[in-house]
Write a protein that binds this ligand. Sequence first.
Ligand SMILES: *Cc1c(COP(=O)(O)O)cnc(C)c1O
Length: 351
Amino acid sequence: MHALIDLYSDTKTRPSNGMRTAMANATVGDEQAGEDETTLKLCARIASLLGKEAGLFLPSGTMANLISILVQTRPGDELIADAQSHIVSTEAGGAAAIAGVSAYALASPHGIFDAAQVARAIRPASRTSPRTAMLCVEQTTNFSGGAVWSMEQLRSVLDVARGAGLACHMDGARLLNACASTGVAASDYALGWDSVWIDLSKGLGCPVGAVLCGTERFVGDAWGWKYRLGGAMRQSGVLAAAGLYALDNNVAQLARDHENAARIWRALSAHTLFRFDPPAPQTNILRFAFPGAEIDNVEFVDLCARRGVRIRALERGFVRVTTHLDISPDMADAAAATMLSAACELVRRKA
Ligand SMILES: *Cc1c(COP(=O)(O)O)cnc(C)c1O
């Protein structure tokens, strides 16, 4: 019996010793007053990585999404996003509760919708409809299985949204996973999007944080909301130092996470018990369901947990498996073996 292998989320990493040393040695100041040098450095570095004028350090990606909505909409407006997106399906309804914005949720197979769907969702101006104000995409698509938007797909929805005067927002929690998968630069993916952020606490392995980027003016407006929501900090350099460490040391590891996801997929996809959707992993997230009636996804996840492998049951019978910095190839292989034996056991029990 091995120790727990936690594939529930790529947030399950622990800061490495190198990262902790960088945090302990960080130069700090008062972030709220713009005096924390390490935080300023991190924001400048990520803004440049994304090809934007400025960046804002935030406690979470959830706050990055909420602030992007608050700055670029008015209460009563509507945003367009995929039905499985983080903004629509989680965040405790923050867009509605705090920004007063409703969501026009699009159905799509892997979180990637097309220009025609966006065009149909944009409401003509009228006295009676909500104003369509914003388009949101997720790169990569989290609950839809880690799929990557291609440059062409992004460009086509962006063109329609721009043509209708919408604000365009990219939830780039795992944008750098897309880059590691395709070799496309983050600044290319982010080109033309008004607000874009990356999460530090997912594949990059930091304990906390996200950096939201856009024009100087956007970030100026975002600062007001950051403060108002209680997201302004003091000596945040200890946290930002983890982000700088991750940019230097952990971005290159994302390819290994993708290879580990592929290892698990290779071990399981040969068996007809599992139906992968997307059919093959594109990044560090695998999503599958069970085509046969014998296996219930929640029972499967429970059995795997009892056998030391933590994964996540999603809606509609899906299971999500997420690799990350603290998962080695051996752990990926062991997890795949456990998942396979758990699935076989559930089939045997029903027989
Ligand atoms: C994790 C995640 C978020 C929220 O980020 P937190 O830092 O956990 O608040 C938003 N969008 C996507 C796609 C995510 O995966």
